[in-house]
Design a protein around this ligand. Structure first.
Ligand code: PGA
Length: 252
């Protein structure tokens, strides 16, 4: 099955508002002609609105970096999926390893956030990935498999084709150490076969699996050449327009 590639930028907690809007305007000018791949930027939530506004009528979509699992209530400081959706955003990153590491995110809370996204029409980008210690102990596939099974619990097969999974080995995030295309492909193929086990072949063939972890202009082409890599979730290299454009325009 042909899956439309998605190149997504995760800005994390970077950029001032004016910078964010300028970036969006410049990116839109540079990639306005791109049609065969989807483009997404995920700014800090306070910039979603101005960035969306700057990207109106362009091919660049806007997403959130997280959502809370309740739709509304007395949850000081939280932002819900319907709130994000009502701005016009279409995607949300869920379960990023930095949230797992610094904000006590677990597979169970990932699942609750994921269900909140589905309820409100946001496409969740569910992040999974092993730590260096887990990889060295030979536990990569166990860890990724159980993150997937628990993270995707309660998802109906009808909703599953709309999911996006991001494989982000923790040891490759922000470290300059990318998984080799072969290592990434091995885990992506495993993720697809796990999805087949949960939802069946039709669904697993439709789900896009992004790679994330030190994606750069000089490694994107060979990553995207792998059969089960359907896009990238880019941190550091998405903060600069020229490098993000080169990643969007990967050759393949
Ligand atoms: P990086 O981050 O590209 O800076 O390694 C990727 C991510 O955390 O999504």
């Amino acid at each position: 099955m042909k899956r439309k590639p998605l190149i997504a930028g995760n800005w994390k907690m970077f950029k001032a508002e004016a910078e964010a809007v300028l970036f969006a305007e410049e990116l839109a000018l540079r990639v306005g002609d791109v049609q065969d791949r989807e483009i997404l930027v995920c700014p800090p939530s306070v910039y979603i609105y101005p960035v969306l506004h700057a990207l109106t009528n362009t091919p660049v979509m806007v997403g959130a970096q997280n959502v809370f699992w309740e739709d509304q209530g007395a949850f000081t400081g939280e932002v819900s999926a319907p709130m994000i959706r009502s701005l016009g955003a279409r995607h949300a990153i869920i379960g990023h390893s930095e949230r797992r590491q610094y904000f006590a995110e677990t597979d169970e809370t990932v699942n609750r956030r994921l269900m909140a996204c589905l309820r409100s029409g946001l496409t969740p980008i569910v992040c999974v990935g092993e730590s260096l210690q887990e990889r060295e102990a030979g536990r990569t596939l166990d860890v990724v498999g159980s993150q997937l099974k628990a993270g995707l619990a309660h998802v109906k097969a009808d909703d599953a084709p709309g999911l996006i999974i991001a494989y982000e080995p923790v040891w490759a995030i922000g470290t300059g150490r990318t998984a080799t295309p072969g290592i990434a492909q091995e885990v992506h193929a495993f993720i697809r076969s796990t999805l087949t086990g949960i939802f069946g072949t039709g669904v697993s063939a439709a789900v896009r699996i992004l790679y994330g972890g030190s994606v750069k202009p000089d490694n994107i082409d060979e990553l995207m050449a792998q059969a089960d890599i359907d896009g990238a979730l880019v941190g550091g290299a998405s903060l600069e327009v020229a490098s993000f454009e080169r990643i969007i325009r990967y050759k393949g």
